[in-house]
Design a protein around this ligand. Structure first.
Ligand code: SF4
Ligand code: SF4
Length: 427
């Protein structure tokens, strides 16, 4: 295939929306995406300036509109899955900022999610095997523990370079396992089943304790089933849809058996997928049950309200909006409302607060160069903000920004809003 096929597809898309539709109708290509979803894009380009990779590279093929053209080209057989095409799709963070910006309601997240498993089949065998191994390692408890053990040894030491900065950014684990049932303080207002997460529980276990304590304070009975495992988000990022579905089916069964009123997560990446369980597992009652009850912990706490804070936390706090919280779940104002109730906190602006930090699930493991560029962009804004604390409600963002700040010597702490609220509540 000539190398300019990608630009031909881009030009064709710009020139004629009608022509694209006619071609799509007469196709013989692969059917990996629902064509109707692709056709909702009217190529207006209003999503371009929200896309982190377009902001960095300025190339049409690395923008939402460009990637939609590529998917259509693949789907209707005008384009082959050459390494160049796969590269443009791989560079997509799956952040869904384009969905928020799109006035036509294009479900971009569903499109790229459908394309990823198909793209996997077009990689060289070694790359495919490496990605499968990564998905297995991250979602298998004993393998994950073995992988994280060396990082744990290095944790707390002031490393500032490369992966050692990530080890230094790991919080110390101070608490033991959570009880399986925690009764509410005061009159019960409902029951929540807490999704502890896989990586999230391995790295930010104490934040799960803080989440449970805050929910109890808000009058919620909290149940924490043992052996929950991964929700499926990490393998889905890597295109391992079958593995993601198997993990999701198991978790949906465990969660739905509790009969809780809410399914609560404090990890934005997990929470966004829980809401999509009905699409991931069509026809599964358990998945539909989970999707209908999934709530981010901050969203539920904002709705139920917390008693007045017991301690002041003086300082300037800027909020980073994780993609899967703001774009994936529409949760943004609630974080600000909750933190504004803490005496002493002065909320300051973080420019581009809803632009991806480069973490994006497994993206900072598989696309290190772009992940570093986006982290640098985020850190420039962190430095400009003058904040003492950056609040980020997602484990991946916490680790990414914390490691970057350490490596750059920025005098800023990076914390989950849940941990700030727990400290203010004295729990
Ligand atoms: S995805 Fe939406 S905003 Fe972007 S080009 Fe298509 S219709 Fe326009
Ligand atoms: S998901 Fe994010 S990176 Fe991918 S096209 Fe949309 S805005 Fe760009």
């Amino acid at each position: 295939m000539p190398r300019n096929q990608v630009s031909d597809i881009m030009n064709a898309g710009r020139e004629s929306q009608g022509g694209m539709q006619a071609t799509a109708a007469a196709t013989s290509g692969m059917r990996f995406v629902e064509t109707e979803k692709l056709l909702t894009c009217v190529h207006c380009g209003l999503c371009q300036s929200a896309c982190p990779t377009y902001l960095e590279l300025g190339t049409e093929a690395d923008s939402p509109r460009g990637r939609i053209h590529l998917m259509r080209g693949l789907e209707d057989g005008r384009l082959e899955a050459t390494p160049e095409v796969v590269r443009h799709l791989d560079l997509c963070l799956g952040c869904r900022a384009c969905e928020t910006a799109c006035p036509s309601g294009v479900p971009y997240g569903a499109l790229i999610e459908a394309a990823r498993p198909w793209v996997e089949g077009h990689r060289p065998a070694r790359a495919r095997a490496a990605r499968r191994m990564l998905a297995a390692a991250l979602t298998t408890a004993w393998l994950r523990r073995a992988l994280l053990a060396p990082a744990r040894l290095a944790a707390g030491i002031s490393w500032t370079r490369g992966w050692l900065a990530f080890a230094a950014a790991l919080p110390r684990r101070r608490r033991g396992p959570l009880a399986t049932v925690l009764e509410p303080e005061g009159a019960p207002r409902g029951t929540a089943v807490l999704v502890t997460g896989c990586i999230a529980d391995s790295l930010f276990h104490d934040t799960n304790h803080a989440t449970a304590a805050l929910l109890r304070r808000a009058g919620v009975r909290v149940v924490v089933p043992r052996g929950q495992g991964c929700c499926g988000a990490l393998p889905l990022h890597l295109g391992a849809r079958d593995r993601a579905a198997a993990l999701a089916r198991s978790l949906a069964r465990t969660l739905s058996e509790t009969g809780a009123d809410w399914v609560v997560s404090n990890a934005a990446g997990c929470g966004a997928l829980l809401r999509e369980y009905g699409h991931l597992l069509p026809g599964s009652d358990g998945a539909t049950w989970v999707a209908g009850r999934a709530r981010d912990a901050l969203e539920l706490l904002a709705e139920l309200g917390l008693p007045a804070a017991r301690e002041a936390l003086p300082g300037a706090v800027a909020i980073h909006d994780p993609c899967h919280l703001v774009h994936g779940q529409g949760v943004q104002a609630q974080v600000r409302t909750l933190l504004a109730t803490i005496p002493g906190i002065r909320l300051v602006d973080l420019p581009e607060s809803d632009v991806c930090c480069g973490s994006a699930g497994t993206y900072n493991l598989t696309e290190r160069a772009m992940a570093r560029r986006l982290l640098e962009r985020k850190l420039r804004h962190v430095a400009e903000s003058g904040a003492d604390v950056i609040a980020a409600a997602n484990p991946g963002c916490l680790l990414q920004i914390r490691a970057g700040a350490l490596a750059r010597g920025l005098p800023v702490r990076v914390e989950h809003p849940i941990d700030l609220l727990a400290r203010a509540q004295g729990v």
